[in-house]
Design a protein around this ligand. Structure first.
Ligand code: SF4
Length: 245
């Protein structure tokens, strides 16, 4: 199993490869890869490649309990279309009860700390369980998503989870991703056509206007340009005070 010192070798291995090829190549380097999907455009493309190539990759999703109905519909459709299991990781019920007792069902609107507390319970803790036993974490992150994602490498070491992270679509543009989905008949969320370029929990996501960054629609009531939920913070080299990562 590669360790932290192998990161540059892994980057070199895939840096000149197409996206499906890079998945194939890196898959052989690891024994327990996991792909986490939120059923975004990017994630649907990766899911399609994993299923088409029959790659032995575990697929997991974080069901926060606050997702769009369209996301659940796409989840169900993806299972029936691709015929591969998608593991759902739910927040700890007692932690959600305590959170809602403390800050109400929609407390995330009351400040960044409240919002991060909700993301910590509904996303960050379940992610730890989803990654348990994994040595490679495959994500749908693209550089275009936000300024904080500009400096990422296609393969990185995630010291928090003790895994390598692999972003096979890091350099892919939105148009390229959309065209790939069309060409390969990949089912995508109908929300994208309504301006939701980045889709998260329903109460925390709005459509963006033409020209707005994809993640402008996430936690739109916050002023911070560094909008993350804690799943990927450390790799982006900033840490919000009291953040969940
Ligand atoms: Fe909670 Fe919103 Fe974070 Fe979802 S995105 S976990 S609803 S704060």
């Amino acid at each position: 199993m590669p360790n932290q010192t192998d990161t540059q070798r892994l980057v070199d291995l895939v840096s000149n490869s197409s996206f499906p090829e890079s998945l194939r190549i890196l898959r052989t380097e690891f024994s327990s890869p996991v792909f986490t999907t939120s059923f975004s455009l990017e994630d649907q493309i990766i899911l399609h490649a994993i299923a088409s190539e029959r790659l032995p990759v575990r697929v997991a999703t974080l069901d926060t309990g606050r997702l769009f109905e369209e996301t659940y519909q796409l989840h169900a459709r993806s299972i029936s279309l691709y015929g591969i299991p998608i593991e759902s990781y739910f927040p700890n019920a007692e932690a959600v009860q305590a959170l809602v007792a403390r800050q109400g069902p929609n407390g995330f609107y009351d400040g960044v700390e409240h919002r991060l507390a909700c993301c910590r319970v509904r996303k960050v803790e379940p992610l730890g369980r989803a990654l348990k036993g994994a040595d490679l974490w495959i994500t749908g992150i693209r550089r275009e998503h936000s300024p904080e994602r500009q400096d990422l490498q296609i393969v990185e070491w995630d010291a928090d989870h003790g895994v390598h992270k692999f972003h096979p679509l890091l350099a892919t543009t939105w148009d390229e991703a959309r065209d790939y989905a069309r060409e390969h008949a990949v089912p995508i969320s109908p929300l994208h056509a309504r301006g939701f370029l980045s889709i998260g929990c329903a109460p925390c996501t709005r459509a963006v206007e033409p020209g707005e960054p994809a993640r402008a629609g996430r936690w739109w009531w916050e002023n911070s340009e560094k909008k993350e939920c804690g799943l990927h913070l450390k790799n982006m080299r900033f840490v919000r005070k009291g953040s969940d990562s």
